[in-house]
Design a protein around this ligand. Structure first.
Ligand code: ADP
Ligand code: ASP
Ligand code: MG
Length: 402
């Protein structure tokens, strides 16, 4: 069997953890399997590198940032490979350039286009465990790109798809996907299985246990994922197309504090304004989430929407530069907001989830600023200070009462 394993930052945070990873890979190898291992940077390395860059130049170019951030993963793969060899098993570390993992050119948010499997296959066939840097790729200019925070999961799934792996295992510091972040909601329950669609919503809405694009890719290429603990032996969560179990009404509650709200006040109430605003942002690679447009009055209207807080500065710059073109009177923003969502395939056939959610939030005194829904999710935008209270209350209603 060919198995792709991915270990996150906390799972390789120090020498002892690196040896733990190496031992687990060696065990798998000794069962006669081919083992490809994707690693993240050690512990908080990526945060530390980001802070170093900000200290040197707060306006550093994204190309240079990617060059810097990609080094974290090179440290962990080379050390892990050395650890395996010290345990007596041949291993090799490869970075994205050496594998040839081709991505789009967008620094900081690149997407995989094509992955060459030849080099990895060659190394596997020569009997080595192969360690590959997560989170990064190479673009058409032969520059290093990164995939966005948490992107190593996506590297693992992309490799599993390219190599037609028999299994793709994501090892992390929790033993599976829970109904809510177990660090916030101690009563959260571990899910045995979750569908791609539900997991994709949860990951996109703040359950950072998996990078959302890893789930998107897994669904596209039919890669079944297992999320497991790197430290304990416990059955994890399987992420796959259909779940056998009876559908739960709500399978997860998520929160995303990396959210900011922007309001463009007093634009002309005429065709083409929304198009101008959102195409401008799309060109800059800025993802827009919940969008709300007010009803026109005196030939004017307001458009509000949310973006990731990390994209707020750039979004405001683009809008201010084009204030005249989009006919805006004023642009306001608020970074102290967050999204809370409930996700569940069962909602498709059950009315009343939205009103129950609003009631719960009313009961704990949380004000809703914006609402957005799909057939398997309800998202509300609330004050960041209310997030933990809201998540606990919503979880208690939909999951603990169930
Ligand atoms: P890694 O470094 O292994 O990639 P991450 O920190 O990216 O790990 O993701 C694991 C973390 O995700 C957990 O420590 C947990 O706090 C958080 N998390 C958020 N939502 C969930 C959830 N629904 N289920 C499990 N973990 C979650
Ligand atoms: N090291 C990167 C990050 O911290 C990628 C990852 O961990 O998946 O975001
Ligand atoms: Mg992660």
């Amino acid at each position: 069997m060919l198995i792709v394993k991915k270990f996150g930052g906390s799972s390789v945070a120090n020498k002892e953890r690196i040896f733990n990873v190496a031992r687990r890979c060696v065990e798998e190898y000794k069962k006669g399997n081919q083992v490809v291992v994707v690693l993240s940077a050690m512990g908080d390395t990526t945060d530390e590198l980001t802070a170093m860059a900000a200290d040197i130049n707060p306006n550093a170019r994204k190309r240079e940032l990617d060059m810097l951030l990609s080094t974290g993963e090179q440290v962990s793969v080379s050390l892990a490979s050395m650890a395996c060899e010290s345990l007596g098993v041949p291993a090799i570390s490869l970075n994205a350039f050496q594998v040839a993992m081709h991505t789009t050119s967008t620094y900081g948010n690149a997407r995989f286009k094509k992955i060459d499997s030849q080099r990895i296959r060659h190394e596997l066939e020569s009997g080595k465990i192969v360690f590959v840097t997560g989170f990064q790729g190479v673009n058409k200019y032969d520059d290093v790109t990164t995939l966005g925070r948490g992107g190593s999961d996506t590297t693992a799934v992309a490799l599993a798809a390219a190599l037609h792996a028999d299994a793709c295992e994501i090892y992390t510091d929790v033993d599976g996907v829970y109904t809510a972040d177990p660090r916030v909601v101690p009563n959260a329950k571990k899910l045995k299985e979750v569908s791609y669609d539900e997991m994709l919503e949860m990951a996109s809405l703040g359950a950072k246990v998996l990078h959302n694009r890893s789930v998107e890719l897994a669904k596209k290429y039919d890669v079944q994922l297992v999320v497991l603990s790197s430290l304990e032996e416990a059955p994890g969560t399987v992420v796959k197309e259909e779940t056998k179990m009876e559908q739960m009404l709500v399978s997860g509650v998520t929160a995303d504090k990396n959210t900011a709200r922007i309001a463009i006040i007093g634009v002309k109430d005429e065709p083409g304004i929304a198009f101008k605003i959102f195409s401008m942002l799309a060109k800059k690679g800025i993802n827009v989430d919940i969008i709300l447009q007010s009803i026109g009055r005196d030939n004017k209207k307001d458009i509000s929407f949310t973006v990731a807080s990390t994209a707020l500065k750039e979004t405001l710059e683009v809008l201010e530069e084009n204030k005249g073109r989009i006919t805006a009177e004023r642009i306001e923003s608020d970074d102290q907001v967050a999204k809370v969502s409930v996700v569940g395939a069962g909602m498709q056939t059950n009315a009343g989830v939205a009103s129950d959610m609003f009631e719960v939030l009313y009961n704990v005194g949380v004000n809703i600023r914006m609402i957005s829904t799909s057939d398997i999710r309800i998202t509300v935008l609330i004050d960041e200070a209310d997030v933990d209270k809201a998540v606990k209350a919503v979880h208690a209603k939909f999951i603990e009462e169930d």
